[in-house]
Design a protein around this ligand. Structure first.
Ligand code: ATP
Ligand code: MG
Ligand code: FE
Length: 332
């Protein structure tokens, strides 16, 4: 079966072609327009999706070397995300399905981040644990089956990606700051600055205290030395990254202990972080886990993960009708 996957939940317009469970194209159009505002502007995102969606789909079809008449179903992100952005992908997918007379498949974006692990080998076995860390979410999920997932813990305030991006803003780095903190951190000393680890007893997370601690630290130091940020950027980034990673991995360790599950995955944009990837590998070795780390292109938003989730639903004939509407909020 040939599935066309469509992703438009935030600021990436993406189209993918999946043939019998294999990804043949994964085209991602980013949106540079948000950088000067220091964050995603929903109205501009929606407009950019409208401009990008048809060329992106055309490019995916061309790269997969198929004809659009051969597509058997279209799978799209129903939510969660920005409603104006989701509407573009949803409307396109509904029109395409109607015009081509093929079934329509709805996909939950947070489930899709996790299901990206079924694109390439080795694939995890059920049940496995997944730490999903992205721009809007931080979750520990017990994955019992493709579409049967239980939320074990989540953030009480900022998401991990938000913690990276908001800290980057304090450090005067441009948006999105996560990848830049990662880059600076590679040349810095993670123990240069002591940052607090929140004391939360269950499997939930909190990052707002960390953000405040960094803000006060930077404000205080800048008063003493206006060149503080330039001089200590690498050490600051290394210290911030190391604390965010330790918060994430300590909860993952707790979840593994409580559930007894030893297959452990990470997903979402922050799973591209080099400190998290390295830390997870080390922890996996220490505790005898089988760890799963996605390829970089499947960490941040992409339609390949939507197409692979759609393929699994296609096998079950899990289709939706033309009355389907996007949802800004959806549970995993
Ligand atoms: P959600 O999936 O929750 O709706 P989203 O789709 O916006 O949110 P993703 O595209 O999955 O999120 O991830 C984007 C986030 O990942 C941003 O916050 C970005 O800073 C962060 N990120 C990307 N690469 C890295 C990296 N190397 N280190 C740290 N953070 C990173
Ligand atoms: Mg994005
Ligand atoms: Fe995402």
């Amino acid at each position: 079966a040939i599935i066309l996957g469509i992703e438009s939940s935030c600021d990436e317009t993406s189209a993918s072609i999946c043939i019998d469970g294999e990804i043949k194209a994964n085209i991602i159009a980013g949106q540079a327009v948000h950088a000067k505002y220091g964050g995603v502007v929903p109205e501009l995102a929606s407009r950019a999706h409208q401009q990008n969606i048809i060329p992106t789909v055309d490019q995916a079809i061309a790269e997969a070397k198929i004809h659009k008449n051969e597509i058997d179903a279209v799978a799209f992100t129903r939510g969660p995300g920005l409603l104006g952005s989701l509407l573009v992908g949803t409307s396109f997918s509904k029109s395409f399905a109607l015009a081509m007379n093929i079934p329509l498949i709805e996909v939950n974006h947070m489930q899709a981040h996790i299901l990206a692990h079924f694109i390439d080998d080795p694939k995890p076995n059920f049940p496995f644990l997944c730490l999903t860390v992205s721009g809007g979410h931080t979750q520990i999920v017990l994955v019992k089956d493709y579409f049967e997932m239980a939320l074990l813990g989540e953030t009480l305030d900022d998401a991990a990606g938000e913690a990276f991006d908001k800290t980057a803003k304090i450090l005067d780095l441009p948006y999105p700051g996560g990848p830049l903190i990662d880059k600076h951190a590679q040349n810095g000393n993670p123990e240069a600055f002591k940052l607090p680890e929140p004391q939360i007893p269950d499997l939930n997370f909190s990052f707002s205290g960390l953000k405040t601690a960094i803000l006060y630290l930077v404000q205080g130091e800048l008063k003493k030395d206006p060149r503080f940020l330039e001089e200590r950027m690498d050490d600051l980034c290394a210290s911030v990254q190391s604390r965010i990673v330790s918060i994430l991995l300590n909860k993952l360790k707790k979840a593994a202990k409580e559930t007894g599950v030893k297959e452990i995955a990470i997903a979402g944009g922050v799973s591209a972080n080099s400190g998290l990837r390295k830390g997870l590998l080390e922890m996996g070795e220490k505790y005898g886990w089988k760890v799963f780390i996605p390829k970089f292109e499947y960490c941040t938003d992409n339609a390949a993960m939507i197409a692979i989730a759609g393929y699994q639903k296609f096998l079950k004939k899990d289709f939706v009708g033309q009355d389907i509407a996007p949802l800004a909020r959806m549970h995993v």
